[in-house]
Design a protein around this ligand. Structure first.
Ligand code: ZN
Length: 150
């Protein structure tokens, strides 16, 4: 378990230092902003949708290591997914970081998202980890205004 933890920590540090898809998308059809006043994390999520799929996704912003790493892994996780699958991943991720067991019938492929399971032990960090996902959700719903974790 401690080896796994170290691996997870490395993944989070790596993604916070070299966030993937850290850019504004020229062809973005949706854009949402998120803010976590508890920590000061700010994020803008850009979405390019094609039919019912996330064709491309990017983000920009500034925040703590957890919020940046979570946004980076989020973009990797939802790229190419259908909107329904992206929303389901959000649900699953939210359950993971709040320490709730996954709902019956859901057998998600967590992949790199599993690295954030340790967040559930730090309630103050849950909002850092979920900010990018809340903002993605708003963009998927077509809500343009800024979302806040408060
Ligand atoms: Zn934070």
């Amino acid at each position: 378990m401690s080896d796994l933890r170290e691996l997870y920590q490395e993944l989070i540090i790596d993604h916070s230092k070299r966030p993937r898809n850290f850019r504004a998308l020229e062809g973005a059809s949706r854009k949402s902003e998120g803010y976590n006043p508890l920590c000061g994390d700010k994020i803008t999520v850009f979405l390019e949708l094609e039919n019912d799929r996330v064709k491309n996704v990017g983000f920009q912003g500034s925040g703590c290591a957890i919020s940046t790493a979570s946004a980076s892994v989020m973009t990797e996780s939802v790229k190419g997914k259908t909107l329904a699958d992206a929303e389901m991943l959000f649900d699953v991720f939210h359950q993971l970081v709040t320490g709730k067991p996954p709902a019956a019938g859901k057998t998600p492929e967590l992949g790199k998202l599993a690295a954030f399971s340790g967040v559930s032990e730090f309630p103050a960090r849950v909002k850092c980890a979920t900010l990018a996902w809340h903002t993605l959700h708003a963009a998927l719903q077509g809500e343009g205004e800024t979302v806040s974790t408060e």
